[in-house]
Design a protein around this ligand. Sequence first.
Ligand code: IFM
Length: 445
Amino acid sequence: MTETEPRTAFTVRRSDFPEGFVFATATSAYQIEGHAFGGAGRTHWDSFSEQPGKVARGENGAVACDHYHRWEEDLDLIAQAGFDGYRFSTSWARVMPDGETVNPEGLDFYDRLVDGMLARGLKPMATMYHWELPETLARRGGWTSREIPERFAEFTRTVADRIGDRLWSVAPVNEPWCVAWLSHYLGQHAPGLTDLGAAAKAMHHVCLAHGLSAQALRAAGVGNVGAVCNMEWALPASDSPEDAAAADLYDAIYSRWFASAFNKGVYPEIVLDGLAPHMPANWQDDMAAIAQPLDWFGINYYTCSRVVRTGGEWPALDTVPGPLPKTEMGWEIAPEGLGVLLRRTAQDYTGDLPIYVTENGLAHDDHDLRPDHGRIDYLDRHLAVARDAIADGVPLAGYTIWSLLDNYEWALGYDKRFGLVHVDFDTQARTPKASYHGLARALAE
Ligand code: IFM
């Protein structure tokens, strides 16, 4: 096989990784559970999807994959593939429909789910927040308000008091860049704002939420607390110094802001140059609370971006399509970037701390159940890069595939299929894809 020929079977296998390396797969609450069930409250995604033009076909997570009722079948699929762990998330609006008052059914659901994982030998890897903000809190300003980090810490303590004794690992917030920048500056996710002032506040409050929650989790006796940040490999679109500077700024906003705040307690100066006038009052006083000691650091990696300098107001940059083959999301397939970001994160931010790839995967054209060889190829190439990073000394301790199931891909609705398992959204039938079977073989070897 040549380097460019697509792989139709995994070449990488479990034995290529160190003893104890954790292979897992991931989902998130709103994307799979079915928020119409079990007394969950309305979230800002419910209201966002009702706004014309915000979400493809106006789809929402009311039913999603009906995981609320089918969780046992789904956990069986994870265990039968030979995974060691399951990265799931808890919905704030399920546990506290108005953001403050506990819904016992919500806590009961996560209790059953965690016990179900343990019964199947799966490590419960929890994320406390994967984007479904209770609508009541969204109406009070959401992530632009300082109230949210404090309420969030309360919520995570409530979850920890119920299931914290059985969790293998916990991260407070999934992909803080999406919570803040994508949702308040780029306007692509709920609440859909395009406002630099709101984005600056959200960029800080989501960091504070991480820190206060990490403190609350530890106070509740929970161990193995980490962080999950998404990173993109930012490349200048041309050789010009302007594009190089724009790519550096893009990288700082996307990939360095959170890694630096969580691990070093400082924000990159190059980003503060633009955000400082809009930051919440006395934000500097929160930096010590943000930089809580962590047990591990997670990176979600999917793609690279080609950055250009534009005119106009700070940050005056944009991205343009690049030349590499693309996934169904239109994202370039650039496994090399995973290696670059793993090495840089260890070197500049986390040192000896274990790093996990907490998400990697692709949307593939799986509508008709033909073998998803493109997914096998994508995952195999990224796994090979992860293996090589370990050989170079990166303390990478695990790798998580997004996603177990085809699910609700946020503003793009149900059309983009990321699952190892196909979901028929009319019947809710689950059908493992070729990648699922191939992985099961690779993990067994
Ligand atoms: O589906 C999302 C997930 O919710 C967070 N990380 C990226 C995935 C693919 O876009």
